[in-house]
Design a protein around this ligand. Structure first.
Ligand SMILES: Cc1ncc(COP(=O)(O)O)c(C=O)c1O
Length: 298
């Protein structure tokens, strides 16, 4: 008899983007420009107060966020990253064995891990041929056991985004007893006006939660259009991205391509069998990636 739940042994490990000394890291969707002005000062000020317990309910932060977003602070929850909040939501909704968590695949790698650690059953709906969520198939996959449905918009790692009409139809199709989690970690990178702001559009629905994070944006992908256009010339299958990364659907060649880039000192993120995700870096970093990609694809 093991000390911990035996089913936890089967949880796949999260594979983070690797840091290789001397190489350019485009594997973790980080912003390459360093923290925004004011952030180091605010952290230093907080450290000087670290002998006191912090504001546990993050009241001051929630009030500021509420004023900025036009939302009652009582409706805002903060956590150690949106992944932590995702886990709380899964634990709060899935109670019985056989409760289901529905999501598109491929999508954010944390979803299957969270589903499994909660003891819920993952229901994965394959993305469409254009690499976007298949919301019609996801609606058809809803069952009375679906406790939580993720829509990752834009989607990690494919960079695609769902537009308002299809999301309206999906949210309308979901019963009141299923929580819809709109994961908008990359919301600030969206330029397509057809992609809805989840908070403004669905925020008043009692069964919708919108996730946002400080860890991605607050620095912008200026270079995205250039990198996307250049990589689409090499690989026309690359879908348009609404995030700070591009998706190369290289399927079984994903690891080989990533290894080729690494030989050129550029670290990208392979998902063998599906594709490779490449974060937008600085102009120099992007040039290095494009040169490495041309070589690896030739
Ligand atoms: C779709 C998605 N949601 C959430 C997160 C994590 O955000 P946080 O750093 O706030 O936990 C990521 C990070 O890669 C992500 O891709």
């Amino acid at each position: 008899m093991s000390l911990t739940r035996p089913d936890l042994d089967a949880i796949p490990s999260y594979v983070p983007g690797r840091t290789v000394p001397g190489a350019i890291k485009l594997a973790s969707n980080e912003v390459p420009y360093g923290p925004l002005p004011g952030v180091p000062e605010a952290i230093a000020e907080a450290v000087s107060l670290s002998h006191r317990y912090p504001d546990l309910a993050a009241v001051a932060l929630r009030e500021k966020l509420g004023a900025r977003l036009g939302v009652d602070p009582a409706r805002i929850a903060t956590g150690c990253g949106s992944v932590a909040l995702t886990e709380h939501l899964a634990r709060a909704t899935c109670v019985q064995p056989g409760d289901e968590i529905l999501y598109a695949w491929r999508s954010f790698e944390a979803y299957p891990i969270i589903a499994q650690s909660t003891g819920a059953t993952s229901v994965r709906v394959p993305n469409r041929g254009d690499h976007g969520h298949d919301l019609t198939a996801m609606a058809a996959a809803l069952t009375p056991r679906t406790r939580l449905a993720f829509v990752c918009n834009p989607n990690n790692p494919t960079g695609t985004a769902v537009r308002k009409a299809e999301l309206d139809a999906f949210v309308d199709a979901v019963p009141d007893t299923t929580l819809v989690v709109l994961d908008e970690a990359y919301h600030e990178f969206v330029t397509d006006p057809g992609v809805p702001d989840g908070l403004a559009t669905y925020g008043d629905r009692p069964n919708v939660v919108v996730l946002r994070t400080f860890s991605k944006a607050w620095g912008m992908a200026a270079e995205r259009e250039r990198v996307q256009a250049a990589i689409q010339k090499l690989l026309p299958e690359v879908p348009d991205s609404q995030s700070n990364f591009v998706w190369l659907p290289l399927r079984d060649k994903a690891n080989e391509f990533a290894a080729g880039c690494e030989r050129q000192r550029v670290i990208v993120r392979p998902f063998q069998g599906d594709g490779v995700r490449v974060t937008i870096g600085t102009p120099d970093e992007n040039d290095a990636f494009l040169a490495a990609a041309e070589e690896a694809l030739s």
